[in-house]
Design a binder for this molecule. Structure first.
Ligand code: CMC
Length: 424
């Protein structure tokens, strides 16, 4: 076994080196504090491995993403979202019988308790759908309290996956003042979601194969991305043995931020703003470089990818193919392409290895599908659900899991005597 040597205040210490299945190296510092009294300092955890995981592999330098060993390009080409969910959660691709049983379970658990509909009524009309989604998912624990004591874990996983799309669609219906449309058992997962979003009770919504395939692809591409902010949040909350619904609800809240899943909404708002400003994208590329401005090119850059995000490459190609198929000519797509090529030629972006990420083109596809901008991050959450669940399960089944409890370097006042209010 190889070791790493640390010299601290003149004393030498050896630490074991872990080697991942793709050859990645990690220095195991679990004994560091006990042996040296020192801790590691790594704000943003950019160099910290918080766990061992067999779910997803990313090589950010090479632009590689694999779910349980399968390349994202092949999954995007040939798989359904339900297959991917099964793969991520249970570790292998389902055979036909397993797939049918899984699909059947998801279908039969897609209703939410009728009482939960009353919760939607309590939100103001303009409430952000991500706020509603995270609260509704946390509330599932009140209806299925067995999620708290670990019984029927698999049933609760199925419930969560099945009900999340109903909750997401009801959130939209509430926001536009239309009656809720109930799930249908004869439709695929993506088609059922589109039906609940766009049908009205008097009129079914015709779901074209292009639309269903586009949503399937978007869900597949978002299904997991190893230890990102929301997944680490799910693991962090789950490490306290909080129930599944609480951990996933926390993940949804983490995803809502503009630097994470909220970026897909921000990209469209940014492109809209540039278009309204006469389409001068170069002005915005320059603004993103200007350290005095806090403007960033949304949908650009990534903590891990220092090369093309493979998901963005797939989405760009699909947007180019699907928009004409749907009879849509979106000026935002043309603008996005100009913006991308201007940024990729610019020394600032080249030096920092900033490339388009998954959020850069996903919003254009959601728009083409008729999904409103404030629902984009909800779409990301629906796609990411299997990944969050897979990581929660992996964390739970790992005997080495301890409650997550980082340390800090204290920089506050040293000890001083309390001063009573009349003396201050
Ligand atoms: N526009 C302009 N400059 C940027 C951008 C950007 N989008 N992203 C990073 N930079 C600069 C940044 O200012 C810094 O420059 P300097 O070295 O001169 O200080 C350098 O590049 C490194 O950036 P960082 O903020 O230290 O990188 P990070 O790894 O902490 O952050 C990020 C990664 C994704 C939060 C960041 O690139 C960003 O804010 N991008 C825009 C938001 C976005 O698209 N988020 C979606 C991420 S992908 C999907 C997901 O995970 O949800």
């Amino acid at each position: 076994m190889s070791t790493a040597k640390l010299i601290l205040e003149g004393k030498e210490y050896d630490f074991p080196v872990l080697i991942g299945s793709e050859g990645e190296l990690g220095v195991d510092v679990t004994g560091l504090r006990a042996r040296t009294k020192a801790i590691t300092y790594d704000p943003g955890y950019a160099n910290t491995g918080s766990c061992k995981s067999a779910v997803t592999y990313i090589d950010g330098e090479e632009g590689i993403l694999r779910y349980r060993g399968y390349p994202i390009e092949e999954m995007a080409e040939s798989s359904t979202f339900i297959e991917v969910a099964y793969l991520l959660i249970y570790g292998q691709l389902p055979n036909l019988r397993e797939l049918e049983a899984f699909q059947d379970q998801l279908t039969h658990h897609s209703l939410i308790h009728e009482d939960m509909k009353k919760f939607f009524e309590g939100y103001p009309r303009g409430a952000h759908p991500m706020t509603i989604l995270s609260s509704m998912v946390a509330s599932l624990e009140a209806y299925y309290p067995d999620a708290a004591n670990g019984e029927d874990i698999n049933l609760n996983i199925i419930r969560l996956l099945a009900k999340a799309k109903t909750i997401a669609a009801f959130t939209y219906k509430k926001s536009i003042g239309q009656p809720y449309v109930y799930p249908r058992n004869d439709l695929s997962y993506p088609a059922d979601f589109l039906h609940m979003m766009f049908a009205v009770p008097a009129e079914p919504f015709p779901i074209s194969p292009s639309l269903e395939n586009a949503l399937n692809l978007l869900l597949v591409l978002h299904a997991d991305h190893e230890q990102n902010c929301s997944t680490s949040t799910v693991r962090m909350v789950g490490s306290s043995q909080a129930n599944l619904f609480a951990a996933i609800s926390a993940g949804i809240s983490a995803l809502s931020g503009p630097l994470h899943g909220g970026a897909n909404q921000q990209v469209i708002q940014m492109l809209d703003m540039i278009l309204k400003d006469g389409g001068n994208y170069q002005k915005y590329v320059d603004m993103a470089k200007d350290k005095k401005s806090d403007f960033r090119l949304m949908g650009f850059g990534h903590r891990v990818y220092k090369n093309f995000d493979p998901r963005a490459k797939i989405l760009k190609k699909v947007a180019d193919r699907i928009l004409p198929e749907m009879g849509i000519r979106d000026p935002l797509l043309e603008l996005a392409k100009h913006l991308e090529s201007a940024a990729l030629k610019d020394a600032y972006f080249i030096e920092r290895k900033l490339y388009p990420n998954v959020d850069f083109y996903s919003g254009i596809l959601y728009r083409a599908m008729g999904i409103p901008t404030n629902m984009f991050t909800v779409m990301f959450a629906l796609g990411r659900l299997p990944g969050w669940i897979a990581h929660w399960l992996e964390m739970r089944n790992d005997p080495t899991t301890r409650i997550h409890r980082p340390r800090q370097i204290y920089t506050g006042q040293v000890k001083r005597p309390f001063v009573s209010v009349d003396q201050r």
